[in-house]
Design a protein around this ligand. Sequence first.
Ligand SMILES: Cc1ncc(COP(=O)(O)O)c(C=O)c1O
Length: 411
Amino acid sequence: MKQSRRKFINSIGAVAATPLLYTNEPIRFSTDFWENLRADFLLTESRTYLNNGTFGPSPKLVVDTIKKSFESTNTSGEYGHTDEVRKTLAEFVNADVSEISLTHNTTEGINIVCWGLPLKAGDEVIITLHEHVGNALPWLNRAKLDGIILKPFQPATTAEENLNIIKKLVNDKTRVIAIPHITCTTGLIFPIKEISEMARSKSIFTAIDGAHGSGTFNLNMKELGCDFYATSCHKWMLGPNGSGFLYINENQLNTLQAIQVGAYSDAGWNMFSNPPEIKGYNPTAHRFDYGSQSKPLYDGAAASADFHTKIGKAKVETRVRELNSYLFAGLQEMKNNLTILTPEEEQSRICMVTFKPKNHDYKVFANEISKAGFRIRQVPESGLNAIRISTHIYNSKSEIDRFLKAVENNV
Ligand SMILES: Cc1ncc(COP(=O)(O)O)c(C=O)c1O
């Protein structure tokens, strides 16, 4: 039968829309690899998604892994274990499997660290004035309940300045530096490696809010050298909502007290002894996650790590930086009408750009941009009243061009 023109065009579309990473075939990195990667995602074409910093939509591969895992647990009746996932996530960030605790989001990891550290009234914690509520509230709560003292600082725009600010805040009461790797407000990167080195030399704990660190950087915990790193799988890793993990440096495993415990937290317990007792804790970071977990969700998290690994983590980081610089440069051309709040220094930004229109209220501007078909995020935090744009590997330069045009029409 003869094919109609419409059917023919559709079939071309279908060929172009074949996911690139769906099979076990080796990837062919052609020049338009990144442009074609969009075909691996379910994300609607009806609007341009520029809000990965809030939620990273999963590739089909991840969604299908979750579906299959749900089917498998429910057909077999075996709810399964997450040991393999723990291994995959450990490898993903170059940590030992004993250093990884599975969590449900970044905030949970931060709470485990915040409440598990041996702190007393008067101990000081260095934190920023640009925190997400997820890093602010746990430390504020511990300050309220246990009398620790928070020392917030205003971030500067270069890595060197930020390191120096933190060095100056350190005194003999400082016990923790609890800052983000990348801020949610302006996308500023803190030089965690250098900060951790300095902190270690003074026996200060480094508790990093890594919500935006996994899936952007070619993350390597051994190199980064911090004590604790809490992250989510649902942002830049492109995994499912409700999955995350906490890295606990092996040197700190015995320092961090497990507060909430259950199955897998212990190394034996006895209710019949006098007195009844926990005989010991699980020596690994598995001590901090307990009870039944959702295997399908964590299988999805592992699939998202595999998705990045298959492309190559270094390649992902390069592409994320490339799109960020492309957007940054485009916005810089409109400097008369808007103020860019994200640092210009390349080592201090990676995946988000935040700016403020000079002549319009940011909410009015956001409304117009949304009507024009773009999903963006407003940043009321820290009184910035600005607009945040995040771009990930499924975005294209042509989408950024269209966004820049829309900005030009509205500033
Ligand atoms: C910097 C930062 N920290 C923490 C969080 C909280 O992450 P979660 O919702 O995974 O707990 C976010 C979420 O946007 C964030 O941007």
